[in-house]
Design a protein around this ligand. Structure first.
Ligand SMILES: Nc1ncnc2c1ncn2[C@@H]1O[C@H](COP(=O)(O)OP(=O)(O)OP(=O)(O)O)[C@@H](O)[C@H]1O
Ligand SMILES: [Mg+2]
Length: 155
């Protein structure tokens, strides 16, 4: 089973296309953690995932004041951004755990801010800025389910 892979992107559109290809493979209960600096391209990637999940609702943007944006699609997309969250307690108020491993796909930006809350089973994608328009995506599968998704995604 593949547990790690490195992918290159040379434009925002290319990052979205990578996200879209993954989105087509995702199923209810999947969790994707997106890591990387401000402006790395995490939200750009989620926009692609949304397309792959046939999300037709409003634009997928970085949630500014909300932590979770729900988008109906082939299965629901829960786009979560933990950047502005200060205390882990707030996660409980959000009902955060119910978004993970539930009836939809959870894509979580800045999951590394709350490492203890990360489920054992998840596909982690770290986006590195390698140039003005270039990005390196390092994907690591945690668990067999994530490994299966990764294998199909890059295969
Ligand atoms: N290859 C690329 N892939 C993705 N984004 C790119 C790429 N090249 C340039 N960019 C630019 O980088 C920015 C990425 O912004 P985006 O909001 O997706 O980042 P983010 O990781 O979600 O940041 P934040 O942590 O603030 O939420 C956009 O302005 C985009 O145009
Ligand atoms: Mg973002």
């Amino acid at each position: 089973m593949t547990s790690a892979a490195t992918l290159e992107s040379d434009s925002p559109a290319a990052t979205q296309t990578l996200g879209e290809r993954l989105g087509r493979l995702l199923e209810a209960g999947d969790v994707v953690a997106l890591l990387g600096d401000l402006g790395a391209g995490k939200t750009a990637f989620v926009q692609g995932v949304a397309r792959g999940l046939d999300v037709t609702s409003a634009r997928v943007a970085s949630p500014t004041f909300t932590i979770v944006n729900e988008h109906p699609g082939r299965v629901p997309l829960y786009h979560i951004d933990l950047y502005r969250l200060v205390h882990a307690d707030e996660l409980f108020e959000l009902g955060f755990q119910e978004y993970l491993g539930g009836d939809g796909v959870a894509v979580v930006e800045w999951f590394d801010r709350f490492p203890d809350e990360q489920p054992a089973e998840r596909l982690e994608i770290r986006i590195e800025i390698t140039g003005e328009q270039s990005r390196r995506l390092r994907a690591t599968a945690h668990g067999a389910r994530a490994a299966a998704r990764l294998e199909r995604w890059i295969g």
